[in-house]
Design a protein around this ligand. Structure first.
Ligand SMILES: *[C@@H]1O[C@H](CO)[C@@H](O)[C@H](O)[C@H]1NC(C)=O
Length: 261
């Protein structure tokens, strides 16, 4: 019995649906939406519906782009976290010639105005560091470096006083302290040779330390080059600022050597 019923049902179903399907279109068509209508009248576009679709599409596209551009941080473009490539400066840095800056011009980009990018210079190359406004802007821990070339400060750690490109004498921080007792072990020539080597080594350390930071900005994903600093004539002859304690505390006495003969 069950089998019979099932068969009956199974054979009925197609019969039941077929007539319904073929009959249905004729009546409810006028009320039923677009898909069929469109086929019938291609020129006759349902304007409000099309507009609605475009709005939905644009909103989704907008949010999606925003999400990409802010690197997953926002669905509604937010100028604080836009990716580099959404910024005019990024494109400028790739297609425009280097901008030249005097110290005065560079100083205007220290972040004190919200709508102005933050620039810093390292060894004479100017970078846009606006991507990290919190650090380089007012109140940030590296605000010392904003709007200046503080190459010396990068190397010495004397942030507040060494906001200059003048590296003269910075190697002293890597030199041993002269100590009469120790130095008495050596004859003057020996001592002079030694000092010369120490000086060379210390200068190389300064160079390497500065290069480390120059490379850091050059290779950064977040920051990009905007130009070159043009220093005033004769800047190299100026007296550099004094060393601060931070820079000098690493100095040690010259090592005592046992003379062999
Ligand atoms: C700094 O710039 C000068 C002049 O362009 C260059 O000769 C020197 O090698 C640079 N120093 C470092 C550490 O890159």
């Amino acid at each position: 019995m069950a089998e019979v019923r099932q068969r009956k049902g199974a054979s009925k179903e197609p019969k039941m649906t077929k007539p319904v399907q073929s009959e249905e279109p004729e009546e409810p068509l006028p009320k039923k939406p677009t898909a069929n209508e469109r086929v019938r009248t291609e020129d006759d576009v349902n304007v409000p519906l099309e507009v609605g679709r475009w709005i939905v599409f644009l909103v989704i596209a907008f949010c999606g782009l925003s999400w990409l551009a802010t690197q997953g941080e926002s669905f509604v473009f937010n100028s604080k976290n836009l990716a580099r490539w959404t910024k005019l400066e990024w494109w400028k840095s790739h297609f425009k010639e280097d901008q030249l800056f005097t110290l005065e011009e560079l100083a205007q980009y220290d972040g004190s105005q919200d709508d102005t990018p933050i620039y810093l210079s390292i060894n004479g190359t100017v970078y846009d560091v606006s991507a990290n406004r919190r650090t380089y802007g007012p109140g940030g821990s590296y605000h010392w470096f904003a709007g200046v070339d503080a190459s010396r400060g990068f190397v010495t750690g004397c942030f507040s006083t060494h906001r200059t490109l003048n590296m003269k004498g910075a190697e002293i921080m890597f030199m041993p302290i002269d100590d009469p007792e120790t130095d008495a072990q050596f004859d003057p020539e020996e001592l002079a040779n030694m000092r010369e080597k120490e000086l060379e080594g210390a200068q190389k350390k300064v160079y390497d330390a500065l290069k480390h930071w120059a490379d850091f900005f050059a290779k950064s994903e977040k920051y990009f080059r905007v130009g070159t600093l043009v220093m005033p004539e004769g800047w190299q002859d100026e007296e550099p600022p004094e060393m601060c304690d931070v820079a000098l505390k690493g100095r040690k006495k010259r090592k005592l050597l046992k003379k062999e003969d």
